[in-house]
Design a protein around this ligand. Structure first.
Ligand SMILES: [Zn+2]
Length: 512
């Protein structure tokens, strides 16, 4: 509660867990640390950092995040309702100043019968045992009855009551498959508050998926009925159509404070920088007309609107662009700009660089400023992204040494490519492909010896002008799995090779 009696709704960010496990959004350790840092600057209450038993990489990321950030933010790990999962989760989060274990078990009839093959009694027994084990390690335990929105209400009430009895301090109600509607979700939460006798001993949380485009609306409906925590992700990334979008739900409560009488602790001026950071880390851009953080979210085109805006902004504007972190001016840097100016832009873009990182980015910045006169925010974001990516790579990973390429009308391109791995250099020369980009990709494939099928390929200009940095994002399929890679350079072929190597290194990391 705030002094004026408003409720403070906790923001539980699951970008690094639910978001990260969605196709094309996987991140390496360095990238996860960068996102965690941005979430802390955004002032989320809880970071769900991963699912420790899922892979050694997940475990390491949760442990690193729990160890590195010592502030008031709770660091949470996910676990299924079994001893091995919960033990592993605790091993990862126990280093946190404020650790939380989040255990889940499916409760809907369809999951009970087909996935778990368990009776309702067995489900309750398992849920209680899981919560008790988690409580034996940690005071802060969250329980989720997976697919709650499709669970019979009577049974849901029973499970929730038993979980709270066993010590759960937060009960999360997931709409795992994005099936609920706002009135339906409101009824579920109202019923729990009505019929579960010990419900006041726990915080009710809500976790909605966006399969019907209703995740934010459903979450708001739950808040109106007394939910005190919302699970959401930056840019709404997540399984399938994604999760409730953090920026949208936060601004809905902020702008319509007159109606909801609740608020969050979110530093809303960090919303746009955090959204941009996640976009450059995952290569997954938000649509132009995306609410709050899309490029057009505050663009007024119609003459009659522009006229009104000039007379009084509030005629057509329910919030100000600067409230969500759009900067009014796109500051341009050049070769005479110093380190302080670069550090300032990096911060405005959502990055927290160490002194060493800043130095390396500054060196790259100087080289770039020599090549092109004006360096824009997009260019800087691309440089920093490269630095983060490289810092996440180890010696056993592939990197580009050099390439030469010639191509022209009516002949196959010729490429000579040299790559390095573990101190050793590998060179390949070939005349093949339907263009220079294809040739670069084929040579990369040949040297690394991996079976790669390119599924998606996009080149985007990081900023304006013919001399802009080109950002290549591609998706390759390897043994039935999709891997994403991104690379940036003023040379598109070089960016392509870097993106392909980034994907190859992700395949390598996955094998480990
Ligand atoms: Zn989910």
């Amino acid at each position: 509660m705030t002094t004026n009696g408003d409720r403070i709704i906790k923001i539980f960010d699951t970008t690094l867990r639910d978001g990260e496990q969605s196709p094309g959004c996987s991140m390496n350790l360095q990238e996860k640390m960068e996102v965690a840092q941005a979430l802390i600057a955004l002032n989320v209450d809880i970071i769900e950092a991963g699912f420790p038993i899922a892979s050694p990489g997940d475990f390491e990321a949760v442990r690193e995040i729990a160890t590195a950030f010592r502030g008031p933010t709770t660091i949470c790990g996910l676990a299924r309702c079994n001893d091995a999962d919960i033990d592993r989760c605790w091993e990862a989060v126990k280093h946190a100043a404020q650790p939380r274990i989040h255990v889940f078990l499916a409760t809907s009839a369809i999951h009970r019968e087909f996935k778990l093959k368990m009776t309702p009694d067995e489900i309750i027994h398992r849920a209680v045992a899981g919560v008790r084990r988690a409580v034996s390690y940690c005071d802060d335990v969250e329980f989720s009855p997976e697919d709650a929105a499709r669970t019979e209400l009577d049974f849901l009430c029973q499970v929730v009551e038993k979980a709270i009895d066993a010590g759960a301090t937060t009960v999360n109600i997931p709409d795992t498959v994005g099936y609920a509607t706002p009135a339906h979700m409101a009824r579920v939460i109202a019923t729990l508050r009505d019929r579960v006798p010990n419900i006041d001993k726990a915080t009710i949380s809500i976790h909605c998926h966006n399969d019907l485009g209703l995740a934010v609306a459903n979450s708001l409906a739950a808040v109106e009925q007394g939910a005190g925590q919302i699970e959401c992700t930056v840019n709404g990334i997540g399984e399938r159509a994604g999760n409730c979008s953090l920026e949208e739900i936060v601004m809905a409560m902020r702008v319509r404070h007159d109606y909801f009488h609740c608020d969050t602790r979110i530093n809303t001026q960090r919303l746009v920088p955090t959204s941009r950071l996640l976009t450059s880390v995952t290569g997954m851009a938000v649509q132009r007309n995306k609410a709050i953080v899309g490029r057009n979210a505050f663009a007024h085109e119609a003459g009659i609107h522009q006229d009104g805006m000039l007379k009084e902004p509030r005629t057509y504007e329910i919030m100000r662009p600067e409230d969500v972190g759009f900067s009014k001016t796109d500051l341009v840097l050049g070769k005479h700009s110093g380190r302080a100016a670069l550090a300032d832009r990096a911060k405005a873009l959502g990055y927290q660089l160490t002194g060493e990182q800043l130095q390396r980015v500054f060196e790259e910045f100087k080289l770039l400023a020599d090549k092109k006169k004006e360096v824009y925010d997009g260019d800087i974001a691309a440089l920093i992204q490269q630095e983060i990516q490289q810092a996440g790579e180890d010696d056993n990973e592939w990197s580009l040494v050099s390439f030469e390429l010639s191509s022209g009308t009516g002949r196959k391109p010729h490429v000579r490519l040299t790559l390095r791995r573990g101190g050793e250099e590998f060179c390949e020369e070939l005349t093949d492909g339907d263009g220079p980009i294809d040739a670069g990709f084929l040579a990369t494939k040949k040297i690394t010896g991996l079976d790669l099928v390119c599924k998606d390929f996009r080149v985007r200009s990081a900023t304006v002008g013919h001399d802009a940095i080109g950002e290549v994002t591609l998706e390759v399929e390897h043994k039935g799995q999709i891997y994403r890679g991104s690379g940036a350079s003023t040379d598109t072929v070089e960016a392509t090779i870097k993106a392909a190597l980034n994907a190859v290194n992700r395949i390598g990391a996955n094998k480990k």
